[in-house]
Design a binder for this molecule. Structure first.
Ligand code: SF4
Length: 273
């Protein structure tokens, strides 16, 4: 596992993880349409709500179209010199789509200096890490919303895992086990790991400090607590106020560094944050 100092060095130039968001650019490649779980706050009409700007639907690319887009951006006199990161964050879950691996392979062969970054719900993370490591994945975001399966059962309607559909606590147990094992192993492999948590008042707020403790112990670099946008199954939940969100972040800061500049970029965003 990398030390805090090594992690800080490693994130230099990554606009989401370090302070350089006004100088260095990133491009998101929207190559991953499918998703293998159903979060209660997701309508699937838009990009993955765990990482993306609410209500935005990106234009889907094939891996070769994505490579063409990277070539175009890198050749641009305005954008090319700022580009440091290429990321895949949807519009579904990157690990539920083989196109994610193919895109990283194609882009990595031609642009080995771009950092590769990915966001996932974590369900397939443990079994995907060796492939991601071989492709040179630099940084990883995993969305984790609970520690207890009973809480997860209130958040996720179902998951599809190795050909079987699970719901309720059975789904929660599989998903949480995969997420925490994935974070642990990714940290051991030296990846820089961020954990996104959607703050859902009355559902998971009591577990947020426990999530923070657990991921900190595993070596995660930073936590990004995001406010719930009430829609779909969770449309009836009151979203957190700005004050409550700030308080939760302040409380968690004592456990693990909190991210406060996240812009919830769309899955096809290009440029500076
Ligand atoms: S992981 Fe993302 S795309 Fe999949 S259901 Fe959850 S919010 Fe929607």
């Amino acid at each position: 596992m990398a030390t805090a100092c090594e992690q800080l060095k490693k994130v230099q130039g990554h606009p989401c993880f370090s302070g350089g968001q006004h100088k260095t650019g990133r491009m998101h490649l929207a190559v991953a349409p499918a998703c293998n779980i159903k979060c209660g706050y997701c309508t699937r009409k838009h990009d993955c709500a765990n990482e993306s700007r609410p209500g935005v639907a990106s234009r889907l690319l094939t891996p070769t179209e994505a490579l063409d887009k990277v070539r175009e951006v890198m050749a641009s006199p305005l954008l090319g010199p700022t580009m440091r990161v290429v990321g895949i964050a949807g519009p579904g879950d990157p690990l539920a789509n083989q196109q994610t691996f193919e895109t990283f392979r194609l882009v990595g062969e031609e642009f080995p200096d771009l950092m590769k970054c990915m966001s996932t719900n974590g369900l397939l993370l443990p079994e995907s890490l060796d492939r991601l490591m071989a492709l040179g994945l630099h940084s990883l975001t995993v969305t984790i919303n609970a520690v207890e399966a009973a809480t997860a059962a209130r958040i996720y309607r179902h998951i599809y895992y190795h050909g079987t559909r699970y719901s309720g606590e059975a789904a929660g147990e599989i998903l949480l086990a995969s997420q925490y094992e994935g974070v642990q192993r990714a940290c051991e492999l030296g990846m820089v790991v961020k954990v996104n948590t959607v703050l859902m008042p009355g559902i998971n707020d009591a577990e947020i400090p426990q999530i923070a403790e657990r991921i900190k112990g595993m070596g995660a670099f930073v936590m990004n607590v995001m406010p719930l946008i009430p829609q779909a199954d969770l449309a009836h939940i009151e979203p957190p106020s700005q004050e409550y969100l700030a308080q939760v972040r302040d409380d968690n800061e004592r456990i693990i560094g909190q991210m406060r500049h996240c812009k919830q970029c769309r899955a096809d965003a290009v440029g500076l944050l």
